[in-house]
Design a protein around this ligand. Structure first.
Ligand SMILES: [Fe+2]
Length: 130
């Protein structure tokens, strides 16, 4: 069994665990652009002490390369925990991130999300260069 056997995917419009990737379809080589990855754009995912998104990782696979590169790793660590019990805390991290990246090659952006009880999910989006 490999990691690919453990990662699930689906249409983010109907499956709440699939991260939505928002960025331009096409950028200039080396142009810095904003990239967002989030869950819940169409179907909301719970954010409770018992059930939450633990992290989102963003990777980039250049079309002309055999290797994948890590763009960012975003950990969500507040889910309502407190001395008063689960879901009684005052703060919750939202499972949405934004970062910037640039590339000199077209390729595939990969976003992976980890739910503490439903495992690994991914989505991909092609990035073209003008
Ligand atoms: Fe879940």
């Amino acid at each position: 069994m490999s990691i690919t056997d453990m990662v699930q995917t689906a249409d983010w419009r109907t499956e709440k665990h699939v991260p939505v990737i928002e960025c331009p379809d096409k950028v200039s080589p080396g142009e810095l652009f904003e990239l967002k990855a989030s869950l819940g754009k169409e179907v909301s995912h719970p954010n409770t002490t018992e059930h939450h998104i633990r992290w989102i990782k963003i990777l980039f696979k250049p079309r002309d390369s055999s290797f994948v590169y890590e763009i960012g790793n975003f950990e969500f660590t507040a889910h309502g925990e407190s001395v008063n019990g689960p879901d009684k805390g005052p703060v919750y991290t939202g499972h949405s991130v934004a970062c910037f990246m640039k590339s000199t090659s077209p390729g595939k952006i990969v976003a992976m999300a980890y739910c503490n009880i439903h495992g690994l999910w991914e989505n991909t989006r092609e990035l073209e260069l003008s």
